[in-house]
Design a protein around this ligand. Structure first.
Ligand code: F6R
Length: 250
């Protein structure tokens, strides 16, 4: 794993957006695995600034990690709406293909299978990840076992409480989500995980040091050969000194 620590989330966002711009420019048919949530807001802002006029988006495919079960795509807190507002409506040429799990599907198992076929047909060039306070990636929550493929997950209480900041109250946070599985994430050519703020410091320390364990799903990323963990000084604050001293870029 490479660790990059930046002075601010905005500096970090520029670094990640530039990496995504390079993929957009130079991959023949770029495939992006996309995340939602507070951590990636500055990143999409920067990406829009860098690529809003980029015709290459027409050749791109985007595959989102997850969606809440029971929220329609036009619900203000659905991840489909997040993507529309933060990225897709702000670039002149929409990506040629956009995939997000359908949280309103009548048959959720069929929806998971449909999504796995899409993932099978597209190798992700760059997978963007946030991380939950409990170490989840996508909505692969800590457990004694992790699922390899797309599945319906019961959200953990800490995830519900953390995401309540986007809703009027924690009662409104959906209890279930559809998420890409761990194997699909690990099959990406390159993974960039972003985390900002003190509340992510424990999860980040557990992800990059110590043993690979299902109780910290993001620690499984240690098994991948091309992962960059992009932090601010607060989220990096529990890392051992050597990591920061060697890898700090700004
Ligand atoms: C969302 C997702 C989640 C979030 C994580 C962090 O698509 O996959 O894993 O990345 O919950 O969310 P924020 O950035 O809101 O703290």
């Amino acid at each position: 794993m490479r660790i990059r620590v930046f002075a601010s989330p905005d500096d970090a966002a520029l670094y990640v957006a530039t990496a995504m711009e390079q993929v957009l420019r130079y991959e023949p048919n770029p495939v992006f695995g996309l995340a939602t949530g507070g951590s990636v807001v500055p990143l999409y802002h920067r990406l829009v600034s860098l690529t809003s006029n980029e015709e290459r988006w027409l050749d791109a495919t985007t595959i989102n990690l997850d969606e809440y079960v029971g929220l329609a795509s036009d619900h203000p807190q659905s991840y489909a709406r997040f993507m529309e507002e933060r990225l897709f409506s702000r670039i002149q040429k929409r990506p040629g293909r956009i995939f997000i799990p359908d949280g309103m599907a009548a048959n959720l198992q069929e929806e998971c299978s449909r999504y796995d076929i899409i993932l099978h047909e597209h190798r992700i060039d760059l997978q963007l990840l946030g991380i939950g306070v409990n170490g989840h990636i996508g909505f692969n929550e800590p457990d004694s076992l992790l699922q390899s493929r797309t599945h319906v997950v019961e959200l953990k209480e800490e995830t519900i409480q953390s995401n309540a900041r986007f809703f009027n109250s924690s009662d409104e946070v959906p209890r279930r989500a559809i998420t890409m599985g761990m194997q699909s994430i690990l099959q990406s050519k390159r993974i960039v995980l972003v985390a900002f703020g003190q509340e992510k410091a424990r999860a980040i320390a557990d992800t990059v040091s110590g043993t690979v364990r299902t109780e910290v799903p993001a620690s499984v990323l240690q098994l991948h050969q091309d992962v960059t963990v992009v932090l601010d000084s607060a989220s990096a604050s529990l890392l051992e000194h050597d990591w920061q001293a060697q890898e700090t870029m700004s």
